[in-house]
Design a protein around this ligand. Structure first.
Ligand code: MLT
Length: 230
């Protein structure tokens, strides 16, 4: 069942889990200019039986939805970012109640701007996430006080030819997350800012490992990723 909705503070889509005993929910966070429908196909490829929760960013930049304001490419309005991070975390908590989701099985899957706000949620409101897949993320900000991520698993998927995000930026984010206690895996791809099929395959394998490590039942088959999803 797909539910388009404007409730809970964000225009969003919710797709219930395909199997009643699948506790995983993917929180899908699109890139700049995307919307709540963009990553639904990616979510289905990554975890075919999971519930999908996909909010549209509430900030408009020349007509392009985003999750927070920026002053220039890679220069973030930190006050807005932090306020929007709390808004998004509140939305996730409300969605857990509304859709009867397992609060300890919400994994963010963010691309670009969506990955950046997911990293910000890890720094400010880590309790709402069980882990995160960050496709092409940057350091959203350096937290004043390091959060305690207590072994939360995080996958960083970076492109070696990304014109927006340097390898040093990815390494900076990795180090910050490790300092905060996250269990970080970095997947490097011979790709730019857009996703390559191997990024998706890596995330799918990582998610299956995540679910298995928690004793969740993992379906044995699903669609094979084809082409670039984003
Ligand atoms: C951002 O603004 O979050 C990053 O620069 C990525 C982007 O959306 O281009």
């Amino acid at each position: 069942m797909t539910t388009p909705s404007e409730s809970l503070g964000f225009i969003h889509r919710f797709i219930a889990a395909k199997e009643p005993d699948s506790p995983l929910t993917l929180l899908l966070l699109h890139g700049t200019g995307g919307d709540e429908t963009d990553l639904l196909g990616l979510g289905q490829q990554l975890a075919p039986s999971a519930a999908l929760l996909s909010p549209r960013g509430r900030v408009m930049e020349n007509g392009a939805p985003r999750y927070f304001r920026r002053l220039a490419e890679g220069v973030f309005d930190l006050e807005d970012l932090k306020a929007r991070t709390h808004e998004l975390a509140d939305f996730v908590e409300a969605a857990v109640q509304r859709y009867h989701l397992a609060a300890d099985r919400i994994v963010a899957v963010g691309f670009s701007n969506g990955a950046n706000i997911a990293a910000s949620v890890l720094f400010l409101r880590a309790d709402v996430l069980a882990g995160a897949v960050l496709f092409r993320p940057m350091v959203p900000f350096v937290p004043d006080a390091m959060p305690h991520l207590g072994g939360k698993p995080v996958l960083l998927a970076a492109g070696r030819q990304d014109p927006i995000i340097s390898p040093e930026e990815t390494e900076r984010l990795r180090r910050l997350l490790v300092r905060a206690g996250a269990e970080v895996t970095v997947h490097w791809e011979q790709a730019g800012h857009g996703l390559a099929p191997a990024d998706i395959a890596a995330a799918r394998t990582w998610l299956r490992g995540w679910a298995t490590s928690r004793g969740d039942r993992v379906p044995t088959k699903g669609r094979t990723p084809r082409g670039t999803a984003v």
